[in-house]
Ligand binder design. Structure first.
Ligand code: GLN
Length: 548
């Protein structure tokens, strides 16, 4: 019988509930258990695919093409299981499905209500993950306890122990214990109130994880235990991590969280295998080198908008003992100030994915600067399209070259709409999405990085390299390093005469893990490091770095 862990959050949002849930998943896996992760989001959007990155941060794409919440990125980075469309449900999806059933007459004329029909639908989404091979299903509930829109979800998880047995379920609640400078004291009251709210609904948390800026000590955790009706040993503090989010699981082990969960759920798995992970954390804390990489994008001030890209750069840094400093540059600011000022001294330039016209010319200037100054360049999705436009304009001399996304009447649409995209009007879930195979050309930098003739990577775009221009590009030195297996779609381009200039139509950032960086991110960071060291006069050549 699979066990269920429900993770809720209280007091404030952005507590790192996704990270904590993913860490719990990691610890249980490292005790030999088979874990499934799931996120329930109480908003009405059917998926985050149509939401602004300002509102929602990055859209995380899965192999099956689902556009999901960015917490699923944490799940995939921390645990081994691949996720699919059942790993993320929103209120929008739940209601759509109930309304469809109602239209089909499946409720046989009964009045359709939040309780039991919406709650039953939620319960079936949760319980469907509990297949016989799964030991533990971890379901994280988005939002904060007390939000009106979260109520049907809380009601559904309240009912589940009654359906499948209390002993098979556990509630973990994450809260904040703020430190008030004026009073020089950590305050437990918001946590008490948040748990009170949960208990009013009928949920008694089994474990409380309290997020704090600085250690709060037993006195406070014991007080929380008493007022929240939780065992003393089940109040666990999770102090902000100094270096990296990847330290979170180690901190939770120190407080015995894995053992506590296993005891409470009557699980008797093997011992915790954390040695390699501890070594990784040691490497993260003690880098030997440093590089600065400019990320030129549109949603730069929003830390979560390019979440997986920042994580992937870090992973590549972990593998090369390099601390990657990201210089986040607003593309429109680059248009105003010019690349010489904003990109001076960086060791590498990355242009991430994006949509719409704003900032495009700044991104194209960044590409030009990288190409002409021989600075390592990594283009991702829109970053690849910008590289193609820049090359067309400044090397091929096609002055008004553009993507038909930005200019309907350009003479040279070097990036144009995918055949299957013409006539698509609906916005949600209609792009070229999910895992697609790609064949890599021999002798390219990409081939060297991957060491594989064929790969599979995740996509999320409508436009593509216009095949009519292929010959002109390759003749002038922009090689086509990867295509779809039938050879029709260009997936990867490279500059032949450049230290490291690779641009891909897909999103490699969704497949990088802390202990297994993505091949291209690793290749890129190695190239940035080589440039940094050459400039610093250490005299290490690019080859010696990539071979190390
Ligand atoms: N806007 C571009 C397209 O739709 C790029 C998309 C992206 O970068 N994810 O093709």
């Amino acid at each position: 019988m699979s066990r269920h862990i429900f993770v809720t959050g209280g007091v404030v949002s952005s507590l790192g509930k996704g990270l904590t849930s993913a860490s719990i998943g990691m610890l249980l896996e490292r005790r030999g258990l088979k874990v499934r992760m799931q996120k329930l989001d109480p908003y009405l959007n059917v998926d985050p695919g149509t939401m602004s990155p300002y509102q929602h941060g990055e859209v995380y794409v899965l192999d099956d093409g689902s556009e999901t919440d960015l917490d699923l990125g944490h799940y995939e980075r921390f645990t081994s299981g691949t996720l699919n469309r059942h790993s993320n449900y929103t209120t929008g999806q739940i209601y759509s499905s109930v309304i469809e059933k109602e239209r089909r007459g499946e409720y046989l004329g009964r009045t359709v209500q939040v309780v039991p029909h919406i709650t039953d639908e939620i319960k079936s989404c949760i319980l469907s993950l509990a297949t016989p091979d799964v030991d533990v299903v971890i379901t994280e509930l988005g939002g904060t306890v007390g939000d009106i829109e979260g109520l049907p979800f809380l009601e559904a998880i309240r009912q589940i122990p009654l359906d499948i047995g209390k002993e098979n379920c556990m509630f973990i609640h994450l809260t904040l214990v703020p430190y008030l400078k004026a009073a020089r004291e950590a305050k437990t009251k918001p946590t008490q109130h948040s748990v009170q709210q949960l208990r009013e609904i009928g949920i008694q948390p089994d474990i409380l994880i309290v997020r704090t800026e600085r250690p709060i000590g037993r006195e406070h955790t014991d007080k929380i235990a008493l007022f929240c009706n939780v065992e003393k040993r089940a109040v666990i503090e999770e102090v902000d991590k100094e270096f990296s989010i990847y330290e979170v699981p180690v901190g939770l082990v120190e407080h015995g969280l894995d053992e506590l969960i296993c005891q409470k759920l009557h699980l008797t798995p093997g011992p915790l295998q954390m040695e390699d992970y501890r070594q990784l954390v040691h490497r993260i804390r003690n880098p030997r080198f440093e590089v600065t990489i400019a990320v030129v994008g549109k949603y730069i001030e929003h830390r979560d908008a390019y979440k997986s890209i920042y994580e992937s750069l870090d992973h590549a840094g972990f593998a090369t003992s390099t601390s990657v400093i990201v210089k986040r540059i607003e593309a429109e600011e680059l248009e105003r100030q010019g690349p010489e000022i904003l990109l001076k001294g960086v060791d590498g330039i990355l242009v991430p994915g994006g949509f719409g016209m704003r900032g495009i010319e700044g991104k194209i200037q960044a590409v030009q600067f990288a190409r002409e100054c021989e600075i390592p360049y990594f283009g991702i999705c829109l970053g690849m399209q910008c590289a193609v436009i820049e090359f067309a304009r400044n090397v091929l001399g096609l002055k008004d070259a553009n993507s038909s996304e930005f200019s309907g009447d350009t003479q040279h649409p070097v990036i144009c709409l995918l055949e299957g995209q013409k006539g698509v009007n609906r916005k949600g879930g209609t792009m070229r999405l999910g895992a697609q195979p790609c064949v890599i050309a021999e002798g390219t930098r990409t081939a060297a990085a991957y060491g594989l003739p064929e790969i599979s990577e995740r996509h999320r775009h409508r436009y593509e390299f216009n095949p009519e221009y292929r010959k002109e590009f390759t003749d002038a030195g922009m090689a086509i390093a990867g295509t779809s297996p039938d050879g029709t779609l260009v997936e990867i381009v490279e500059l032949v005469r450049h230290p490291w200039f690779v641009a891909v139509q897909y999103h490699p950032e969704f497949k990088s893990k802390p202990h297994k960086p993505h091949a291209l991110f690793k290749g890129f960071v190695e190239a940035c490091l080589a440039r940094h060291q050459l400039r610093a006069g250490v005299g290490i050549s690019e080859n010696s770095v990539s071979n190390s």
